[in-house]
Design a protein around this ligand. Structure first.
Ligand code: ZN
Length: 287
């Protein structure tokens, strides 16, 4: 079995694999290493015919704080890693390099995981921020602890939504707009009412509930599970999901280019000022 640094790969029950995010000190922020390791673990589970269901969960109080903006080795790692997509232009001038990295690491990996031909279940607690959604949304089912909170705050950073832009299909058109315009958190209960989450359970039951659901699904014939998943995914794609995703990804890159030209960085730096001002005004607030 591969040794992972940022995740744990385990088999908690017959026919069930579990990938556990394990960067607790960083609130499971996604370094490029973590994303490649999650991808490798998904591949191991997908290619293992003795596995029928894959759980994605997280150690610590928070599922994921999003992309790790302090990932020192990130760009270098992507440049040297064996790539999973076919895009090119890594290390080139202008907008090319950022687009290449995000095409590979963000929309590329999330799309890949969404299309794994086995049922996947996300088990989520605490905060799930921006890039965190790109780990949860590709999964087929979502079980949330009562304390789970979901947020896409990218518009506050001067970007038109996270790279894997599935918002309208997850929460509906109006709530997608509200979520993006306000950067407000969605509670687990709201997310369930909107259809984004299947079940909300007490935090101390999250692991057992998810595992028992996975075990029940794993008893079914895998070929039928696979084709049922494909059927629903094709139905969703015929509602325009792929075209919408490509358009919003292009707009996302346009925002990065705009911010780079105007502010000299990929996001609008006033986001940091506003975030720190809020925190110092309310010392109780946990960021
Ligand atoms: Zn981006």
């Amino acid at each position: 079995m591969t040794d992972f640094e940022t995740i744990i790969y385990e088999r908690p029950a017959d026919k069930v694999a579990r990938i556990v995010l394990n960067r607790v000190d960083a609130r499971n922020a996604q370094s490029m290493r973590m994303l490649y390791e999650v991808n490798e673990a998904f591949d191991i589970a997908a290619q293992d015919d003795s596995i029928s269901v894959i759980i994605l969960s997280a150690n610590g109080p928070h599922f994921s704080a999003g992309h790790d903006l302090r990932d020192a080795e990130g760009a270098q790692l992507v440049a040297e890693h064996q790539r999973v997509g076919t895009w090119c232009g890594f290390g080139c001038d202008g907008a090319q390099s950022q687009m290449a990295i995000e095409k590979e690491m963000y929309i590329g990996l999330s799309e890949r995981w969404r299309n794994i031909p086995k049922p996947t279940i996300a088990a989520v607690q605490g905060k799930v921020i921006a890039g965190g959604l790109m780990l949860v949304w590709p999964c087929d089912l979502v079980v949330a602890a009562q304390d789970a909170l979901f947020q896409d705050n990218t518009v506050s950073m001067g970007v038109a939504g996270a790279e894997f832009f599935n918002h309208p299909f997850e929460v509906g058109v109006r709530k997608a707009k509200e979520m993006l315009f306000t950067s407000d958190f969605l509670s687990a209960r709201e997310a369930r009412e909107l259809g984004m989450v299947n079940h909300v359970v007490p935090l101390d039951e999250l692991e057992s509930f998810t595992l028992s659901m996975a075990a029940r699904i794993a008893e079914k014939p895998l070929f039928a599970l696979r084709l049922a998943k494909e059927s629903v995914n094709v139905a969703q794609d015929n509602q325009g999901r792929v075209n919408a995703m490509q358009t919003s990804f292009a707009y996302h890159q346009l925002c990065h280019s705009h911010n780079q030209q105007v502010h000299g960085m990929l996001i609008d730096p006033s986001f940091m000022d506003r975030t720190f001002a809020k925190k110092s005004a309310d010392p109780q607030r946990k960021g």
